[in-house]
Design a protein around this ligand. Sequence first.
Ligand code: AMP
Length: 456
Amino acid sequence: MSFSDLGLSEKVLAAVTSAGYVKPTPIQEQAIPHVLAGRDVLGIAQTGTGKTAAFVLPMLTKLESGRGRARMPRTLILEPTRELAAQVEESFEKYGINHKLNVALLIGGVSFDDQDSKLVRGVDVLIATPGRLLDHFERGRLLMSGVELLVIDEADRMLDMGFIPDIERICKLVPFTRQTLFFTATMPAEIRRITEQFLHNPVRVEVSRPASTVASTTQHLVKTGREPHDKRETLRRLIRESVGLKNAIIFCNRKREVAILHRSLVRHGFSAVALHGDMDQQARMAALEQFRKNEVTLLVASDVAARGLDIPDVSHVFNFDVPHHPDDYVHRIGRTGRAGRSGTAITIVAPGDQKAVAAIEKLIGQSIPWAGHPAAEQEDASPHRRRHNGHSSTLLRGHNKKAPSPAHDEKVAAIGNGRAGIRPRRLGNAPQRPRDDAPDSRHLPAFLLRPVRVKA
Ligand code: AMP
């Protein structure tokens, strides 16, 4: 199928050609005709699938007739973060080069007055984060009674960020007869409830299970000690010794940790920027831009800040912390292996993280191999691992075959930290290789291939 079969206008088709797109992606192919036909759509897809164009292209076609009136936007797109909202605005610029539409962005960290003057001029497309949108509404600056089409994007992220009450409120403020397009990567119960309440007889379009989109990504778990400095040391070694590392996103669970890790990496001479919710809008945009343009190699980020960002070519993702929510794992590693490229996702696992890892493996339906401890896969206590014992890597053939137990982990951590009355020392009995040693042909850092022996 080609774009011209989907019912899009000539202007939109011309823009798609200038963007260099040859073929619609599956979500575009399946969703666009329904959007044009005025149906509600429930799209289950994550970023990287072309879902933004799946709603922007038909919206542009539909908006060709009519005009926005002062303070009464015709269409409304809700995004969980400022960056995502800005990214959607860019899509309207890119695909809307042949249109003269008024697009306004209502996000935090930007002056109310500038946003207000745009609203007065009449807006065809309003892209907003829920909080800022409601602020404008409560000030009486905005009427939502003219909204013909509502897009709720990244709904599961809205849930994680506590925006669901805002979303429910907004859904009640827009006309009952509007068309709704709803996108989510996963369908937790709360999201299902919202879709049942606010979508009218929707067409369900599911492009693939989230986990299956990461087939081109090599995934590994790497053991580390419990303390933050152990984890930082492990991360530094992974970065230094990973073959083919062009650039990387490093995920932390908390924004405080993002700031600390960023400072530490910079102190150790790495080229890194940070992205977290406490930074002001300008700093966030600047960091992202530097990373996109390859001016810096590493982006240290929190889930909230990085969710859905379109950074096309990331070679590595490091999970400095195992995410608390398994969905976040899927989103994180979805940052690499995009657009047909291969990628590597390495998760640093500290003692106590096993439960979170088991939850991830259950969600993605596969075991993630341990780099350096293949046998762990078969003998780990998690029930999911016991079910999947066919993934054992052959990298360590001949090395200790027994999986390290949690008690062993504790010991490793204790030794690594100099606790338990044992002086810190290097693990393993192989001589330390120099940092720039020839790496393993399978893109594994050399230090991971050393046997680990711990004496109590
Ligand atoms: P999204 O899932 O919306 O974040 O899109 C991911 C990336 O795919 C973006 O960089 C788009 O520019 C790109 N893209 C979207 N649709 C197509 C297409 N039909 N062909 C090639 N690239 C596309």
